[in-house]
Design a protein around this ligand. Structure first.
Ligand code: ATP
Length: 444
């Protein structure tokens, strides 16, 4: 873990976790049974927020490019996939057990662990580190013998490699091109912690870009800059974002280069994305284990070669957590009142527009207005309580715009649009509203 001095103090995890549960962003899975460690449910607002992150990634990585194809591969990938990738042999973390309280810890993350409940003075009695494989195992079919063992994928890339040839041929792509995928991954993390930062079930958004090995450094640079721009466009403050190249001794033996994108969480600088030049390791391994030729023919040199892979791997949940931390603000207003405001970019805000009638008597025309906006945006209709209270409820969940329909609206066809951050208000013609918001979204 990072030292406390590089943590930030403007947002506390307790406040964020409590807001997330109270407003229905994210909460423990199986709460009524006491929860299950490392598993989380996304509520009505959380699912919108995470879906927006995933849709934006897909837009940038797949739809806006001619050289990337999409895939939705199976979670239980053929077990040989994980033998070939080295996951069954090597995908492990060092683990230690306390002989007294029986708790288990990651040997490389002992800083700041809770005191032992059994040992004198709270001292743990720790065993030597042992390797603990993080792959979650299951059995397929009726028998539970060794032949039926399968694994939930620990990263989404497995099916990308096994489907490489099929996707290339079906889409008539030629190297260089990439395959992108969003999906669930599972790791039997020894110590799930920091809310959704480290969980046992999570989602990844991964790209495997296949290129000639001589060109992998060039593509690594390309993807590095594309990925950084993506994070900026999500609305992260520049001061909360940095990249960290891996030192040569951190690199896997087959890798040429690796860089992490890190975000400044309340618990320190931590990785949200990994960008790797993996050389030709993946397709070489899968060629060997499957016996299928995954090489390409180079028209210029008339030689066959095994494509190299540049991988970009970002967690949808970690990105969502980073967005929550980045957006959280408590603002002192004139008169001493404090408002909690989530300053999400409208691009990812779960609700784009809230629509209020000034009085319940205006329900009918206001609902009509909301219905029209719903065709294009995620809209929340609220008619309960004073307008000020309704604004505060929307600020707390990061809704960028609120629209109020009042008695004048009936006469002049105009409504009041209030902007979240500046709290400024302007009158806009009701029949121009869709274009008004669309223009603002397009300008992002
Ligand atoms: P860490 O060192 O934090 O365990 P890692 O280096 O093992 O992460 P990768 O294997 O590079 O992570 O996975 C790519 C991305 O997947 C990470 O940057 C992160 O966003 C996400 N990710 C990995 N493990 C988890 C997890 N347990 N919970 C949530 N997201 C995860």
């Amino acid at each position: 873990m990072s030292a406390p001095d590089d943590a930030r103090s403007d947002v506390r995890m307790e406040d964020l976790v409590s807001l997330c549960a109270r407003r229905g962003f994210i909460f423990q899975s199986g709460e009524i049974y006491g929860g299950i460690n490392g598993f989380w449910d996304y509520g009505p607002l959380g699912v919108e927020l995470k879906n927006n992150v995933k849709a934006f990634w897909w837009q940038r990585m797949v739809r806006e490019r001619d050289d990337v194809e999409g895939l939705d591969g199976a979670i239980i990938t053929h077990p040989r996939t994980w033998e070939a990738s080295g996951h069954i042999a090597n995908f492990s973390d060092p683990m230690v057990d306390c002989r007294l309280c029986k708790k288990r810890f990651r040997a490389d993350q002992l800083e700041g662990i809770a005191k032992c409940t059994e040992g004198r003075g709270g001292e743990h009695s720790l065993t030597e580190p042992r390797d603990f494989n993080l792959m979650l195992e299951t059995h397929i079919g009726a028998s539970a013998d060794a032949a039926s063992v399968a694994y939930l994928r620990a990263e989404t890339c497995g099916p990308i490699f096994t489907a490489f040839k099929r996707v290339r041929d079906a889409s008539r792509q030629k190297v260089p091109f990439g395959i992108a995928q969003i999906g669930k991954a599972f790791r039997n993390e020894i110590n799930p912690r920091n809310f959704i930062f480290r969980s046992r079930e999570f989602e990844q958004m991964e790209l495997e870009f296949f290129c000639h090995p001589d060109e992998s450094a060039k593509w690594f640079e390309h993807w590095r800059s594309v990925r950084l721009q993506f994070h900026r466009d999500l609305g992260f403050d520049e001061s909360n974002l940095r990249t960290r190249p891996h030192a040569p001794d951190e690199l896997a033996h087959y890798a040429n280069a690796a860089e992490d994108v890190e975000f400044l969480f309340p618990f320190g600088w931590q990785e949200i994305e990994g960008i790797h030049d993996r050389g030709s390791y993946d397709l070489t391994q899968h060629t060997e284990f499957s016996g299928k030729d995954l090489s390409e023919f180079d028209e210029q040199s008339k030689e066959r070669y095994v494509p190299a892979v540049v991988e970009t791997s970002v967690g949808a949940d970690r990105t969502t957590l980073a967005l929550l931390c980045n957006a959280f603000d408590e603002e002192e207003l004139e008169g001493g009142e404090t408002r909690t405001v989530m300053r999400f970019s409208p691009r990812v805000a779960p609700i784009k527009v809230a629509v209020f009638p000034l009085s319940k008597k205006l329900r009918e025309p206001t609902k009509k207005l909301a219905a029209d906006l719903r065709k294009r945006f995620n809209v929340f209709y609220d008619e309960s309580g004073a307008i000020g209270r309704r604004y505060r409820r929307q600020d707390e969940i990061g809704t960028p715009w609120c629209v109020t329909y009042d008695f004048d609206s009936q006469e002049d066809g105009q409504v009041t649009v209030r902007e979240r951050d500046s709290m400024s208000q302007e009158r806009v013609s009701a029949d121009q509203l869709r274009t008004y918001f669309q223009d603002r979204m397009d300008a992002l």
